[in-house]
Design a protein around this ligand. Structure first.
Ligand code: NDP
Length: 459
């Protein structure tokens, strides 16, 4: 049982309370290891702020924060091109709406279950708070695997998924976007079905739309671009510049591709990309236009890229991309893709900065090892917040029925990433852990959400 609530003042009492809460969460949410990991990572950094601001320890604020406001699970039946019926499971976890409508992507991947969606939704609360914009936290998805499916199959799946989900959405209620397995094509099919069912042109109900029908300039690029800006800011704190640095990037999807595009633009050299079958190292630097063609147009694999690229690129089947020496590492594929051994390899090879484009790609052991070795570490909830930030700008454009120029959105993105970096950095200093961006991000995000929750009463 969680010890009785009340004004706990000593650090030991606070730590005991946090430990008990963590145990309680693991007991009440069995078989959700990623959710436990994400909660633990936040709770482990909150003791200093709870000691400084006793109002945060009462009444039951933390207990409310770790419990989603609403969890929706539904059946998604659909027919493949041969008329066979498949049944997938759909999820939407509406975690916290203290700061605005639930906001967070949809993930289509066979590994999706409730625990994965809850971990992503929990992270999203703090990430969205860090942007300074009016968006709450949510996440959703399905265990549907779009790999190898025809456009018609993906369309039928999306239509069936939205047929149930639509009743829970709305521009003032819950606004999904893309994530793994959900890009422009899927958002188009989802939006079409929402419009058909509701008979409403409600542009602000989904973000990541095409620019011709309500989408924002720079939304596809925003997560990758934003992470590169965050990594550049961390390098500047070390008295260095991104220009001329070599970079190891994992993944080859939306985040990875635009990460590499921005690296090239700023004079850095991305050496690698990867997918679940292995990685490619390209001595000349990854050719982003070719990778886009292979991945986004032909829906191929990184091995196809290596084959087309010629002598400079080598495909390493099943290999660990982190074995490629580089100054900077930007994990941009999936959770827990960078473990302790990988971190040790990076440190041995002289890495200076690791910044998370993906959500929770580094394990807690890897983060600890990197920090102990003096590597600057940017946690995903700060470093990859550019995507959701531009989604919020897309909502703003939709509400006002205007379209911003590419330049304006890029300037806003740069400003927001600069603010997030500064907030994390200053918060870490304020709480006596300079350079600890994990603690800085968690506390700064927590303070904003907690203040709103307290002001709005026990709900
Ligand atoms: P995509 O689907 O576009 O790309 C995902 C990439 O990661 C693919 O290369 C995929 O390879 C690889 N990948 C996925 N799962 C695994 C796995 N289990 N093992 C190895 N490789 C894997 O997704 P995004 O680029 O949009 O998302 C990447 C990460 O960034 C995710 O963690 C997501 O939550 C995070 N993120 C995304 C945002 C966005 O705006 N899109 C915003 C903030 C965070 P394969 O094709 O072989 O599966």
């Amino acid at each position: 049982m969680v010890p009785e609530r009340g004004h706990v003042t000593t650090r030991t009492a606070i730590q005991a309370r946090l430990d008990a809460l963590r145990d309680e969460i693991e007991r009440r949410n069995p078989a959700q290891p990623e959710f436990h990991q994400a909660v633990r990572e936040v709770l482990d950094t909150l003791a200093p702020v709870l000691a400084a601001r006793p109002e945060y320890a009462d009444p039951g604020l933390l207990e409310r924060l770790v419990e989603p406001e609403r969890q929706i699970i539904f059946r998604v039946p659909w027919q493949d091109d041969h008329g066979r019926v498949h049944v997938n499971r759909g999820f939407r976890v509406e975690f916290n709406s203290a700061l605005g409508p639930y906001k967070g992507g949809l993930r289509f991947h066979p590994s999706v279950d409730l625990g994965i969606i809850k971990f992503l939704g929990f992270e999203q609360i703090f990430k969205n708070a860090l942007t300074g914009l009016g968006i709450g936290g949510g996440k959703g998805g399905s265990d549907f695997d779009p790999h190898g499916r025809s456009d018609a199959e993906v369309m039928r799946f999306c239509q069936s998924f939205m047929t149930e989900l639509h009743r829970h959405l709305g521009e003032h209620t819950d606004v999904p976007a893309g994530d793994i397995g959900v890009g422009g094509r899927e958002i188009g099919y989802l939006f079409g079905q929402y419009r058909r069912i509701t008979n409403r042109w409600e542009a602000g109900v989904l973000t990541g739309k095409g620019t011709g029908w309500g989408g924002s300039a720079v939304r596809p690029e925003a997560t990758g671009y934003g992470n590169v800006l965050f990594a550049a800011a961390m390098l500047r704190e070390r008295g260095e510049d991104l220009e001329g640095q070599t970079v190891v990037v994992s993944g080859s999807g939306n985040v990875a591709i635009y990460t590499m595009e921005k690296l090239h633009a700023l004079g850095a050299n991305p050496l690698t990309c990867s997918d679940s079958s292995g990685y490619v190292v390209d001595d000349k630097g990854v050719d982003v236009e070719l990778l886009k063609q292979v991945k986004e147009v032909e829906r191929g694999r990184v091995s196809d890229y290596a084959e087309r690229r010629g002598a400079s690129a080598t495909f390493v089947p099943g290999g660990r991309v982190w074995e490629v020496p580089a100054d900077v590492a930007l994990p941009s594929a999936t959770q827990n893709e960078l473990g302790e051994q990988d971190a040790a390899t990076l440190v041995r090879n002289g890495v200076k900065v690791v910044s998370e484009g993906a959500n929770m790609p580094a394990t807690p052991e890897a983060v600890r090892l990197l920090r102990q070795a003096g590597v600057s570490f940017g946690p995903g909830k700060a470093a990859n917040a550019g995507g959701v930030a531009v989604s919020a700008l897309e909502m703003a454009q939709n509400h006002s029925r205007t379209t911003w120029s590419r330049q304006k959105v890029e300037e806003e993105l740069a400003r927001i990433m600069g603010d997030i970096h500064r907030t994390c950095h200053e918060t870490a200093e304020r709480y006596g852990v300079p350079g600890d961006y994990v603690t800085g991000a968690n506390i700064a995000g927590f303070e904003r959400v907690a203040d709103a929750m307290i002001a709005q009463g026990v709900i």
